[in-house]
Design a protein around this ligand. Structure first.
Ligand code: GDP
Ligand code: MN
Length: 350
């Protein structure tokens, strides 16, 4: 390893950094990306430690942190101390974390109040809505992301339980994959009542964007008439930035944004990404990372196949695996793509 002095660009403060000697193989233009508040620091350190131990210390990919507020010096010191690649800290521009001028603020406030009364998760939260809108259609526009073609999203309090010994970004590129997930799940309908009809309007107006080999059957049980609420859990994503920057995605997001559902309802970035990925991509470009054992509260993915867990030095409990449970959509994903489920999956269904 190497030890060297580092200076924080913003504060001029000096600190020591320890870096393992960089991976000599060819690296992709890829980074980790984390949207976080200063108060997320300690939950994030645990997550970063786990990513570094299981994957990144072998590859030294960069890590981009984004925040709607300035990161504290403490946040920068403690996160960059753990990360083997370069670390970059960006401020979300105000216009990406506020209301577009066409949003009716009273209507948005009334919607929050109603959803809070109805007991909907984050129903009364304004910042959660800014977050979902930002993660849906804006994070990849941050100038710090310009250097990259691929990202792996990491959130506070997540954990990884198996060694990942290959370069996942190179895997994506070499296998023509554009979106990778670990956990899928059904959404709360109350957060997205008009999302599907807004989506249908978009494709009626722009039928050329519907991919001829799309995965409509992941998101709809009736050939597009209605949404079945299935989505990839977007707190983990390994995906192509080129996809999000495409004309098709840009127009799709703008159409959703105009409709106002990020504020008048509580559209999550997970169903938004998932619907877009399912309808705009070739279905062969979507990948299930079945061996990246992962936890984001409250759900685990942990391979039920013991041989896989041994080979990858996993530390998770397969009894907790969510992959083949009823509220997961991964069985559906396997079925519609004629993929074979791992041996023993049935013993783990409750
Ligand atoms: P959940 O996973 O849906 O329960 O939502 P989280 O609280 O984990 O938020 C999703 C991501 O957005 C996490 O990476 C959070 O750190 C981040 N996040 C959520 N709210 C805010 C916010 O108000 N400001 C910033 N900067 N990040 C936020
Ligand atoms: Mn989270």
């Amino acid at each position: 390893y190497e030890m060297y002095d580092s200076v924080d660009n913003n504060s001029g403060m000096k600190y020591k950094m320890v870096k393992t000697v960089p991976y000599k193989g060819e690296k992709e233009k890829a980074c980790f990306v984390t949207l976080a508040r200063n108060s997320d620091l300690y939950g994030l350190l645990k997550a970063i430690r786990s990513v570094e131990d299981r994957f990144n210390n072998k590859f030294q990919y960069d890590w981009v942190f984004l925040n709607d507020d300035e990161f504290s010096d403490e946040f920068k010191r403690l996160t960059s101390a753990l990360i083997s690649g370069e670390t970059k800290y960006g401020l979300v521009p105000k216009e990406h974390w506020s209301y577009p001028d066409y949003i009716d603020l009273d209507k948005a406030a009334a919607a929050r109040k109603k959803m809070a009364e109805d007991g909907i998760l984050y129903g009364g939260s304004e910042s959660y809505r800014f977050m979902c809108r930002y993660e849906s259609g804006l994070f990849f526009k941050h100038p710090l992301m310009d250097d990259y073609d691929w990202y792996w999203r990491v959130e506070p309090d997540v954990e990884f339980f198996c060694d990942v010994d290959y370069d996942v970004f190179k895997f994506m590129k070499d296998n023509n994959k554009k979106y990778g997930f670990t956990i899928s799940i059904v959404e709360y309908l109350a957060t997205i009542p008009s999302l599907w009809n807004t989506t249908l309007d978009f494709f009626n107006e722009n039928p050329e964007y519907l991919h001829p080999n799309n995965m409509m059957d992941f998101v709809s049980d009736d050939d597009g008439y209605s949404y079945n609420l299935c989505h990839y859990w977007s707190n983990f994503e390994i995906a192509s930035l080129e996809f999000y920057r495409s004309e098709a995605y840009t127009k799709f997001f703008d159409h959703l944004d105009r409709a106002g559902g990020f504020f008048y309802e509580r559209w999550g970035d997970a169903p938004v990404h998932s619907i877009a990925v399912s309808l705009l991509m070739d279905r062969s470009e979507i990948h299930h990372f079945d061996q990246i054992a992962y936890f984001h509260p409250p759900f685990y993915s942990c391979s039920v196949d013991e041989e896989t867990r041994i080979r990858n030095k996993c530390s998770c409990n397969p009894q907790k695996d969510f992959t083949w449970q009823g509220y997961s959509c991964t069985s559906r994903y396997y079925k519609i793509n004629n993929l074979e489920k791992p041996d023993g999956w049935f013993e783990h269904v409750e």
